[in-house]
Design a protein around this ligand. Sequence first.
Ligand code: PLP
Length: 379
Amino acid sequence: MKLFDVYPLYDVEPVEAHDSIVVDKNGVEYLDLYGGHAVISVGHGHPHYIKRMKEQLDKIGFYSNAVHNSLQTDLANKLGQLSGYDNYQLFLCNSGAEANENALKLASFYTQKSRIISFHNGFHGRTSAAVAATDNAKINAPLNKQQDVTFLPLNDLDLLKTELSKGDVCAVIIEPIQGVGGLDEGTTFFFKELEKLCKENKVILILDEVQSGFGRTGKFFAHQYHGITPDIISIAKGMGNGFPIGGIMIAPHIEPSYGMLGTTFGGNHLACTAALAVLEVLEAEELIDNARLTGDYFVTKALEITGVQQVKGKGLMLGVEFDFEVAELRKKLIYDEHIFTGGAMNKKLLRILPPLTIGKTEIDQFIKALQTVLVPEKI
Ligand SMILES: Cc1ncc(COP(=O)(O)O)c(C=O)c1O
């Protein structure tokens, strides 16, 4: 059987990885400023993470959600403590799309309504309602297009007020900083008004922190820069440092009932151990502070480079915008300078999503490489 060919691939095959270094099958080392798409949070192969996973595998790797699993409660407690959401409830699943799918479904159960408000350039995953709430017609099949979704521009409060006042909306779903879309974000005023309008209209506010959560932006959650408290927060990516796990954190006023949500694999022993190990390392190594400080250093250095128009984002969720499309630049960075970076829907944006462990040395290496590839021939 051959693989279903849905990914255009770079000609690199990683076979080993340590912290922010990925090694390919020919022994070539790459600096990982992409983190496997914002997934590697505490660094590849972190010793504490590996120890925890091996020990857990020796005990039990999986059992279903029909029996007690105290690793789930340990995870809920630790996550509540580190994120500041002690009083929320945790539902565990396996990916970012699944987290958003469950968030939207829960909002619909709670409000008994079905229209979703989402934003231009937003990305929320590839499953039914999550992909329908994603502003990309190309990845929506006719089946997905049956969902009732209205896309609004970021920061447009008048349009938001008009749509919410119609009384048929179950949820507003929004990324605090857009990832795939290209690092655009709402203002604090917009987020605060959005929170207020959702409350007034009894609409569930879902913050999609799948990419921006778990410390990546220099706070546990990026929405915490705006002083708002969403009804539901979706999480995944950095949560498991590569082990598939996602979840939704649910405000106390949304009450559960048996069978409302469910999953076979979600919250299994290995997945919970991965997420617990990530939280333990984030705390012990103060990686959230590191993300903020290293991100600030990155912005200062990147803005000194000729050709850089602006640097968007926060902490270590960043986008460097040029006045040309960056596809060729990314190739040069990989093949000539051995540095992984990311792209976005905004084709002029180079995305930087490294492990939260990186420091000035790695940033300096990147800046030097960028200067080298930019000088010879203004790509
Ligand atoms: C903000 C956001 N939400 C949801 C998703 C979907 O996550 P997954 O690919 O784990 O389903 C992504 C993935 O890039 C994302 O960036």
